[in-house]
Design a protein around this ligand. Structure first.
Ligand SMILES: O=C(O)CCC(=O)C(=O)O
Ligand SMILES: [Fe+2]
Length: 356
């Protein structure tokens, strides 16, 4: 019987994990063919990604007003230039962050058959598997991942939540609850940094925001100059909170048209602005293009938490950020997630399609 071919909506016959273990030459579906966003370079310069102490944004009378103002300015400047920053002072202990990394690694080190119990079904976004194939032209990512919706809680697909390790579910629940508080705090601080009412962004998100967790695994690859762990993209979220691998680098961000490496700050959470906050801020804040490179030696992992507005909410640029000098850049949109997915299938950039 002929081997099944790679068609839209299905996985390639061989998993990235198998290919990595066998040291096989990556098939051409995985090799980067054009250099639209620059060639694959594993070691560009280290980026100077700002480090921001977000505990200063918590309501407290003991903060020094000048320090708070400074940190708000740093936030505004980071988000309007690189579009990302390293958050410290988030209140989540290093040991708990290690636990999150730990349960993820334990799950990924289970035998393939065990993990396949949680496989993502065709045309579904949640579950375990290789990169989702949506078009024949797509260059595939050298990764495997587990994607789970955590909030709203009644939308959890618990049959896809690993039972092994046994504390996976509780750990994910707690981590998502903590990161949700972090993003709620950030939406307020972002508004304040632009001299807006503090609920200007959060009220657009609604009370039932989506929180999606994605556990990314990047096994070693024999051709790091040709194959990416994740191709260049911007996140469709409002904000993404990324827990990087504690030891292995790989993430790169495009700043002023140049790729830079994102350093590992083990206790920090990398906050990436997503497309939907770029829309709401009328383009003042930037949703950065980023990618992940592979390496020949070491496995890398990361845990991305994507926070998005309720899909039935219309979002758009905050009125106070529109004036003669800065006319409205984006139309109001609903369910940007669906727009983004459709664009991805057609090879279009979603943000461009909602631009006026
Ligand atoms: O693994 C990383 O560092 C980044 C992953 C990422 O960009 C994503 O999951 O959207
Ligand atoms: Fe991303």
């Amino acid at each position: 019987m002929a081997a099944p071919s790679a068609t839209a909506g299905t996985d390639l016959p061989k998993s990235v994990q198998e290919m990595s273990i066998n040291g096989s030459e990556p098939p051409q579906e995985y090799t980067v063919k054009d250099a639209t966003f620059g060639s694959v370079e594993s070691s560009p310069p280290l980026g100077s990604i700002p480090i921001i102490n977000i505990s200063l944004f918590l309501p407290s009378s003991s903060h020094d007003a000048e320090q708070v103002e400074n940190e708000l300015q740093k936030l505004r400047s980071a988000l309007s230039s690189s579009g990302c920053f390293q958050a410290i002072g988030h209140g989540i202990s290093s040991s708990f962050l290690d636990k999150v990394r730990g349960v993820a690694k334990q799950f990924f080190s289970l035998p393939v058959e065990e993990k396949q119990k949680y496989s993502r079904a065709v045309n579904e976004s949640q579950g375990y598997g290789n990169d989702v194939i949506v078009s024949d032209k797509q260059v595939l990512d050298w990764s495997y991942r587990l994607t789970l919706r955590v909030f709203p809680q009644d939308q959890r697909r618990l049959n896809l939540w690993p039972e092994n390790p046994t504390d996976f579910g509780d750990t994910l629940h707690e981590y998502a609850t903590r990161t949700k508080s972090v993003v709620d705090l950030l939406y307020k601080a972002m508004a304040k940094s632009l001299d807006l009412e503090e609920d200007s962004f959060s009220k657009q998100f609604g009370d039932n925001t989506l929180m999606q967790a994605r556990f990314n695994f990047y096994p070693p690859c024999s051709r790091p100059h040709l194959v990416l762990g994740v191709k260049p993209h911007t996140d469709r979220s409002g904000v993404t909170v990324l827990l990087q691998d504690g030891e292995v680098e790989g993430l790169q961000v495009l700043i002023e048209d140049k790729w830079v490496r994102v350093p590992i700050v083990p206790h920090a959470l990398l906050v990436n602005l997503g497309d939907q906050m770029q829309i709401m801020s009328n383009g003042i804040f930037k949703s950065p293009m980023h990618r992940v490179v592979t390496n020949t030696e070491k496995m890398r992992m990361s845990v991305a938490m994507f926070n998005e507005p309720q899909p039935d909410r219309e979002i758009g640029p905050v009125e106070c950020l529109i004036d003669e000098k800065r006319p409205r850049l984006y139309r109001n949109v609903m369910n940007y997630g669906a727009i983004n997915y459709e664009c991805f299938q057609k090879g279009k950039i979603a943000l461009e399609t909602v631009r006026i």
